[in-house]
Design a binder for this molecule. Structure first.
Ligand SMILES: C[S@@+](CC[C@H](N)C(=O)[O-])C[C@H]1O[C@@H](n2cnc3c(N)ncnc32)[C@H](O)[C@@H]1O
Length: 523
């Protein structure tokens, strides 16, 4: 969840009100006509920004500031439109700034996201004289995306793949910043705006808030539209299979360089009459000339109205948006197989443990074939690929293998599920009081807490009148612990699943599809 500096609530409230008034003047409305393509947005509609369909509210456990239903909303109903003139892209900012326009042309090798970052920083440098000042003030001051993770926070992820993803995100951001430095120097940015810290802020703003548009890969910043918090596809809408598959489209986007194929697909821009066939909950509509947002399901008054940014694992959410979901239907614990298992040619991304602890379809198929004697594989390939259990022994073998793998992975991380829960509990309490309870902690927690204190220049772990920097580090540390805890819980659930399956297999006479298919691996 995003944080703002404490003690500024009143000021923030005033700033929000100013922003919403400004947004209404720009024609941003949550009282759009039922079919905006048949009615001009201006000037017949009274200025309205929030209160008609939506209202700004706080949801401490699901995104902080977000949008709530101001009344009963019906599935597929149009709830917000943001006209094109209110969207911010690199082009918008360049067109209003001659110096920026002349300089940026000399750097054609910068990516569209790098260009938008530079434009955003240039706009920030203008302070109150920026046309967008009121809106820019609504952005968080810091983010928890992986690129901003310091060494201690990265190590707290504990799992190699996750540590690697964080290190890669940091080095990518550094490289992009260095590439953009000559342009920022040419533009004579103030020292504060040229720092890596400011770059991280600008690129995280783009990563967490831009929305897909067809004419700029970096996307656009969409005032008010970017107040929608996230619900995973499938989680928020109880719909048909058709709807579930379609909610994989996203309006909020990750940077084009991350190559998320889902997000590169064209968005649906069909008219509102085709509501029942609508593929997404938001998108730019050329015929309306506005970004349009639709309710993805029915909402009761006061409920948070959510948007699906796309299908993400928790690590991806952390990388691009700086948060994770405790219940994420798209979470995956990837399982690395030996090279001989890959001969079955399953893509690596299909081999994982699901959030409910069950092995993925592909993982089961791959292991069932692998546990079959090589000379029998061809003849049973069609059964394995159609997801069928091959024999009791084969299945027992597969379950034992997965169970051992999960145990191995759990043994190779520095702390257990129980220790992580204890550490999270401790970190939560630290916010409220001075504590010196580390002596009652399990050793692993004590060691990690001491490492946190050291990384943040605190003399003792009991010294918790934190600086803002230490508070932000604490938030990222907690995110890392929550991420790895979920990872471990899935492995534990998988072990339970394997044990239960093996018990079931041993107690029952499972008809063998092929009695000759005894696993060969034990022999
Ligand atoms: C597009 S903004 C949404 C509005 C944002 N809460 C605000 O106050 O401006 C996306 C950011 O909101 C937060 N967020 C969105 N959905 C969330 C969720 N379900 N749980 C936690 N944080 C969420 C994350 O920090 C994310 O980067």
């Amino acid at each position: 969840m995003e944080r703002r500096v404490e003690g500024e609530e009143e000021e923030e409230e005033q700033s929000l009100q100013n922003f919403l008034t400004w947004a209404a003047e720009l024609g941003i409305t949550d009282s759009p006509p039922p079919n905006p393509s048949q009615s001009s947005l201006k000037p017949s509609n009274p200025p309205s920004c929030l209160g008609k369909s939506l209202t700004v509210s706080h949801f401490p456990n699901s995104g902080g500031r977000g949008l709530a239903a101001a009344r009963h909303l019906t599935k597929h109903e149009l709830v917000l439109t943001v006209p094109k003139s209110a969207l911010i892209t690199s082009d918008t900012l360049i067109s209003m700034d001659n110096k920026l326009c002349c300089s940026i042309r000399r750097y054609p090798n910068l990516s569209s996201s790098q260009m938008l970052s530079v434009c955003l920083l240039a706009e920030m440098g203008k302070g109150r004289s920026s046309r967008w000042h009121t809106y820019l003030m609504q952005f968080p001051r810091s983010y928890d995306t992986l690129a901003g993770f310091a060494r201690f926070e990265t190590q707290a992820l504990q799992v190699d793949d996750a540590i690697w993803a964080a290190e890669k995100a940091v080095s990518k951001a550094e490289l992009e910043w260095k590439e953009a430095l000559p342009l920022m120097r040419e533009l004579e940015f103030k020292h504060q705006l040229i720092t890596f810290r400011s770059w991280l802020w600008a690129s995280a703003t783009i990563s967490t808030r831009t929305m897909h548009i067809p004419w700029d890969e970096a996307g656009c910043l969409c005032p008010v539209g970017d107040f929608f918090n996230y619900a995973a596809p499938g989680e928020d809408s109880i719909g048909s299979e058709y709807e579930d598959s379609c909610t994989q489209f996203s309006s909020l986007q990750v940077s084009s360089s991350s190559k998320n194929k889902d997000l590169e697909r064209e968005l649906d821009t069909r008219p509102v009459e085709e509501h029942s066939q609508r593929l997404i909950d938001a998108g730019y509509e050329e015929d309306v000339g506005a970004y349009c947002f639709y309710a993805r399901r029915n909402y009761r008054k006061g409920e948070q109205v959510l948007l699906s940014y796309g299908t993400y694992t928790n690590l991806e959410l952390l990388e691009h948006y700086g948060f994770i979901l405790t219940t994420n239907p798209n979470e995956k614990v990837y399982i690395q197989l030996e090279p001989d298992v890959y001969s079955n040619s399953w893509p690596k991304e299909s081999l994982y443990i699901q959030p409910d602890g069950k092995p993925s379809y592909a993982l089961l198929c791959a292991l069932r074939l692998w546990a079959t004697p090589p000379n029998k594989r061809k003849s049973v390939g069609h059964l394995a690929y159609s997801g069928q259990l091959l024999s009791r022994e084969n299945e027992m073998h597969v379950m034992r293998w997965i169970e051992n793998k999960c145990c191995f992975l759990l043994d190779n991380v520095p702390s257990s599920v129980e220790e992580d829960i204890c550490l999270l509990d401790f970190a939560d309490k630290l916010k409220y009081s001075h504590l010196n309870e580390t002596k009652q902690m399990p050793l692993a927690c004590e060691v990690e807490t001491a490492a946190f204190a050291k990384a943040n220049g605190l003399k003792t772990v009991g010294e918790f009148s934190f600086s803002n920097k230490a508070k932000r580090s604490m938030e990222r540390w907690k995110l890392a612990i929550r991420w790895r805890l979920r990872y471990k819980q899935i492995l534990v659930d998988c072990i339970t699943h394997c044990t239960t399956t093996m018990d079931h297999l041993s107690s029952q006479r499972i008809p063998c599809l092929r009695t000759d298919l005894l696993s060969f691996v034990d022999k």
